[in-house]
Design a protein around this ligand. Sequence first.
Ligand code: G6P
Length: 611
Amino acid sequence: MCGIVGAIAQRNITPVLIDGLKRLEYRGYDSAGIAVVDAEQALDLRRSVGRVASLEQICDGVEGHLGVAHTRWATHGRPAEHNAHPHTSSFQVAVVHNGIIENHHELREAQKQQGFVFSSETDTEVIVHQIDWHMQQGKNLLAAVQATVGELKGAYGLGVVSKQETDVLIAARSGSPLLVGLGENENFIASDMSALIPVAKKYMVLEDGDIARVTTDKVEIFDANGQAVQRDIRISTLSDDEIELGGYAHYMKKEIHEQTRAITETLEGRLGADSVLELPFGDEARDIFDAAKQIKIIACGTSFYAASVARYWFEEFGIRCDVEIASEYRYRKHVVDPGTLFVTISQSGETLDTMAALDMAKGLGYTNTLCICNVAESSLVRASDLTIFTHAGREIGVASTKAFTTQLVVLLMLAICLRRRRVGDGQTIDDMEREIVQELRSLPQQIENVLDLENDIIAMAKHFTHKHHALFLGRGAHFPIAMEGALKLKEISYIHAEAYAAGELKHGPLALIDEDMPVVAVAPNNELLEKLKSNLEEVRARGGKLFVFADQHSGLTSDEEAMVLEVAPVNNYIAPILYVVPLQLLSYHVALNKGTDIDKPRNLAKSVTVE
Ligand code: G6P
């Protein structure tokens, strides 16, 4: 989603801004722009639709010591050059903005009366005119931004420069992440520290309501009341190694193959000889787990499907578990049972709906809040009582893969910790826990074996290239795996894909079955296998083509109507984590055949920081 970079230095900052934008590309965007205060103290504005590389081509000769830049993901106004950020007010002030201003209609009408002329359909443009107006009333840039944000309703991360104050960069945040990167006689702002990897290791995270006045050698931060405040200086652990493609054609492919390592690292230090250890989850973990009588999990997208798989585990272990999409949860009334642990799951830790759901939950009487997250420096982590990290490493492909499987690993460990309290005294390790722990240990190797199926999956993918629809089937904990498989296919290949619990076939989707509707199924060898086989027969009887990932001992074999790829036997609890991997590979190879932009699928964003 939208990205912000800003810089103030003694050197020309245009290359820093362009490089920063490139580093934010993974978040998803449709246009980009840059505004630099040049040697004549004029604002040089360049914007373009499409990739940052196109913007770079029109930035020849743009030079200056102060500037802001942006990647835009359209919300108000279509992707077009005039809607791209930065926006200026008669080239006096330039603003880049992440978030949504809800009262932009009112402000726009008032500003038109004052004589301001609008050149975009964005909500952002009102911000820049408002700052300009306050400066016209005699305020300096900082005071003008302070006055302006007091008049805004909605969410914003802002970077602001003015040609009247060429030694100041202003940043402001409310509801949209923003940080200040600290260099040597130069400073930066960014919506995500990854934009600043080559130029800053130290940084400060702005809190909601903060406004920062940044010069080359000083950073002053004022809170929502205008009081000067200090924010902790943190050290970034991000490095360029994580963003190298390392010989892979796409980040998604790299990340699918990294799952063995990501899972190994997620398990690292958290398993004893035959048990899940609690201490590594943090000092507060034991008390929080003791107090959890049931759990509520909130998430979006792929993280929601991880939650949906985990629900089967929790309830199998006797722990009541409700799962809900964040954007639905936050707009309805709730009855909270005493002893409910509120869990959020998020790869990025910045998804706005998930953040808002957590904010809301805090006032509703949940016992504690726990987040499962992949990004240590994220907003969700800061706002939660306890975090269990998925050590997936940086995930860049918009379609989530290694974040999903590591979320599942963490959720299974959490379920085991809570189960111990349900079936015993909270300390004693039983045979079931021993078995699951051994299986978790062998999971990376089992994933490696599934990755070896890639050539067969490439052959399978050819059958999908010219299809417009696909149906995914699963039962039990593999129903959400089917949903995740369908999501992957639609996200990156643009093939309409739907998932159904296989038992629901007769209640509708069977009507769709014909030879143009490939049906993908996951068939592990569990107590539902025979039921699933009957469902697959229903498809076959209607001329449907089956593509099945099945346990070696399932009895399912390939024939004219079915292509069956065999997966080695696996423990039932671990199986969902394993069976999603071939679905990821299938989507990847279908998309590759179709020639889509796999890592940055159209219209999608990696980190959804608007509602
Ligand atoms: C976007 C991404 C998905 C992700 C979802 C939730 O839609 O494209 O890959 O699953 O957001 O993101 P989160 O960071 O909260 O897990």
